[in-house]
Design a binder for this molecule. Structure first.
Ligand code: PRP
Ligand code: URA
Length: 216
C-alpha cells in the first residue's frame, strides 16, 4: 500500500510525542469518559495549532510598556468551527480556546450501524460562513461517509476553505475524502491500519461518541 503521508500533501499526520502520549491514553479501553474527554480536549489544542500555521495575519500597532512596535493579529472574521455531532463536540472547546474569535456551526450526522451510511439530522451555520475558513471537526474518520456528507453540505453553502481535523483516521476514509474533494485538507493525529467488518477503525479507540458521552 502506498504511504498516504508521502503521496498526498493535503494530508498532515501529526508527529509529536505529546500527541502519541495522549492518543495512547485515549485508545486504552480502561480510560474513563472523564479522562477520555480531557485527552480529546488537550490533543485538539495541539492539532489546531498545526492546522492554523498558514493563516494570514495583519499588522497591528502595539504599545509595549517600553515602546511602540508592529505586531500581528489574525483577522477576527476569518474563521469558523463546525463540529460533527455528537463526537465532534468533544473537540470544540479545545479548538475554540486557540481560535476564540471563530464562529461556530453545528452539523448533526449519524452513521447507520448496518449500512454505515450517514444521515444528516441537524444543521445550523453562522451567517457568512462561505467567507470563512472552516475547521470541520470530528474525532473519527472511518469510511469517510460522514465527513464527505459534511463537506458536501459546506460546499453547497459556498465554503471554499475546508480543513478537516480528526484524531484517528483509517486510510480508506482519507482516500475517499481526498478523491472526492480536490481542495479539502486533512489533519489527523494518527493514520491507523484500516477498518473491520463493522467499519470500525483498527486498532482505533472504539466509538468516540460513546466514550466521550459515557454511553457505552
Ligand atoms: C462516528 C464518528 C464520525 C463517524 C465516522 O459518529 O464520530 O462522525 O462515526 O465514521 P464514517 O467515517 O464511517 O462516517 P457516529 O455516527 O457514530 O455518531 P456519534 O458521534 O453520535 O457517536
Ligand atoms: N466511529 C467511531 O466512533 N469509531 C470508529 O472506529 C468508526 C466510526
Amino acid at each position: 500500500m502506498d504511504d498516504l503521508r508521502l503521496t498526498d500533501e493535503r494530508l498532515c499526520v501529526l508527529d509529536h510525542p505529546l500527541v502519541e502520549h495522549k492518543l495512547s491514553i485515549m485508545r486504552d479501553e480502561n480510560t474513563t469518559p472523564s479522562q477520555f474527554r480531557q485527552m480529546v480536549h488537550e490533543i485538539s489544542i495541539i492539532e489546531v495549532f498545526e492546522a492554523t500555521r498558514d493563516l494570514p495575519t495583519e499588522p497591528v500597532e502595539v504599545k509595549t510598556p517600553l515602546q511602540t512596535m508592529t505586531g500581528k493579529h489574525v483577522p477576527s472574521n476569518l474563521l469558523a468551527v463546525v463540529p460533527i455531532l455528537r463526537a465532534g463536540m468533544g473537540m470544540l472547546d479545545g479548538v475554540l480556546s486557540v481560535i476564540p474569535s471563530a464562529a461556530v456551526g453545528v452539523l448533526g450526522m449519524e452513521r447507520n450501524e448496518e449500512t454505515h451510511q450517514p444521515r444528516e439530522y441537524y444543521a445550523k451555520m453562522p451567517k457568512g460562513i462561505e467567507n470563512r475558513s472552516v475547521f470541520l471537526i470530528d474525532p473519527m474518520l472511518a469510511t469517510g461517509g460522514s465527513a464527505l456528507a459534511a463537506i458536501h453540505y459546506l460546499r453547497k453553502q459556498g465554503v471554499k476553505d475546508i480543513r478537516l481535523l480528526v484524531l484517528v483516521a483509517a486510510p480508506e476514509g482519507v482516500r475517499a475524502v481526498l478523491a472526492d474533494d480536490p481542495e479539502v485538507r486533512i489533519w489527523t493525529c494518527a493514520l491507523d491500519e484500516g477498518l473491520n467488518d463493522q467499519a470500525y477503525i483498527l486498532p482505533g479507540l472504539g466509538d468516540a461518541g460513546d466514550r466521550i458521552f459515557g454511553t457505552v
